[in-house]
Design a protein around this ligand. Structure first.
Ligand code: HEC
Length: 402
């Protein structure tokens, strides 16, 4: 069986393009662009709302004005409700930035974590899930997460937002813990990110956009907007606002094996979430009405403390342990190291890998010549000794194949 798979892998290496890698880079690039546009827009609108000025002569329907300078001229912006006859023919919505971020994100989840035989999703040392079971669990938890969250906020949340907040935070932390017990560390972080991104997208398309549509309908009919829809939209956009910073950390987290590979990775993620949402909170409250800034010290200090909580969690775990937990006390010569590398690493890290999952050397890292090994000494130390996650995953992939 091993030979058959290897033959396939070698045949695949001969293909003109590495499809998986091509899809990965295209969708990652698109995801980043769409994400910058979405989060950038949403931060700009948040900033606008907080900086609106209310003095001067404003019409009764006005909610404030603001002047800005950018791109070679002045912008004179007013936030207001409209009279029935005032609705313009062209109205810009800003919904596809979010739509594309979510769609490309789901595509990446499939390409990176569900593809490659779910090699990045499953870690047998965490939980020996069958790839199909793991993929099903990952996908269905997104759906269930949204249904439970949305149901909670449509019922309890509209009467008692405080109770719903406590329940939501508890469930989210529970989900983080659950994911770290089911999936590989790296996948658990991304899975949490996709769950949050899915909830944010559901909020946009199923709560905020319907509320905007009802606002337009109400304006056309010359009646006030349905208060339930507008309250719901307000609640959900506050949620999205707080989830932004933690989500961005999760999107970057696959670069930080010491965070997701830590044995308390769920606790690290919870610290970073609290810190990230906290920084956002103090950024939110730094403007009082009419665009007046609070004293910098009054919002900057607590915001910095929140950042310290997030970074503190990371510092704690990224420190290098004095004694690496390997039980070798004598010096190991190069020849012996190379022997180990040929046995353990070269199946993937060679010009023509024999590992069926990776048809090309991962990250283009090849350990065939002594110089190639010597060049990578610090990274080898990091991957093979300091961060156990990598060792575990490599072992998992190898054992599954046998
Ligand atoms: C089952 C296949 C597999 C085996 C075996 C394997 N690796 Fe890797 N390695 C990967 C993959 C996939 C990546 C790129 C993705 C990533 O960074 O996780 C990678 C990336 C790397 C990198 C580059 C990224 C970085 O962190 O600097 C180094 C160095 C590395 N591996 C070292 C090793 C060493 C040392 C061994 C042997 C002890 C080894 N690998 C065994 C699959 C493997």
């Amino acid at each position: 069986m091993r030979t058959g798979a290897t033959d396939r892998a070698l045949a695949y290496t001969g293909a003109p393009v590495r499809l998986n890698e091509l899809f990965d880079v295209v969708f990652r690039w698109a995801h980043l662009i769409a994400g910058i546009m979405w989060i950038g827009n949403s931060m700009l609108f948040n900033w606008l709302d907080r900086n609106l000025e209310h003095h001067g002569r404003l019409s009764p329907l006005s909610q404030g004005k603001i002047f800005m300078v950018h791109s070679g001229a002045f912008y004179d912006v007013e936030k207001k409700l409209l009279e029935p006859g005032e609705l313009p023919t062209t109205l810009h919505w800003f919904k596809w930035q979010n739509g594309f971020t979510w769609m490309t994100g789901i595509a990446l989840l499939v390409i990176v974590y569900y593809g490659n035989g779910a090699a990045f999703l499953v870690d047998v040392n965490v939980c020996a899930l069958d790839p199909v079971v793991a993929i099903t669990a990952s996908a269905s938890s997104l759906f269930i997460g949204w249904v439970v969250y949305d149901g909670l906020w449509r019922t309890v949340g509209e009467r008692n937002p405080r109770a719903a907040t406590v329940a939501s935070v508890a469930m989210l932390f529970g989900a983080i813990y659950g994911f770290t017990q089911m999936f590989s560390g790296r996948a658990a972080y991304i899975q949490t990110g996709v769950l949050i991104g899915t909830i944010m997208t559901g909020n946009v398309w199923l709560c905020i956009l319907p509320s905007q549509r009802s606002l337009i309908a109400a304006t056309e009919a010359g009646r006030p907007q349905d208060p339930v829809l507008s309250l719901r939209a307000k609640q959900r956009s506050i949620h999205n606002n707080y989830l932004t910073f933690p989500l961005l950390f999760m999107m970057l987290s696959n670069h930080f094996p010491s965070a997701y590979g830590h044995h308390l990775s769920w606790l690290v993620l919870i610290c970073v979430m609290i810190g990230g949402a906290g920084v956002r909170y103090f950024m939110n409250i730094r403007y009082r009405g009419e665009g007046r800034q609070m004293l910098a010290i009054a919002w900057l200090t607590p915001a910095a403390m929140m950042a310290a909580i997030a970074v503190g969690g990371l510092v704690l775990i990224t420190r290098v342990s004095a004694a690496p937990d390997v039980d070798v006390t004598y010096p190991v010569g190069f020849a012996r190291a190379q022997e180990i590398i040929v046995k353990r690493c070269v199946p993937c890290h060679s010009t023509h890998p024999t590992d069926p999952v990776f048809p090309a050397p991962p990250n283009n890292v090849v350990f065939e010549a002594p110089d190639q090994i010597k060049l990578m000494v610090p990274r080898i130390r990091e991957r093979a000794i300091e961060s156990k996650d990598r060792r575990r995953r490599a072992a998992a992939v190898a054992s599954r194949d046998r």
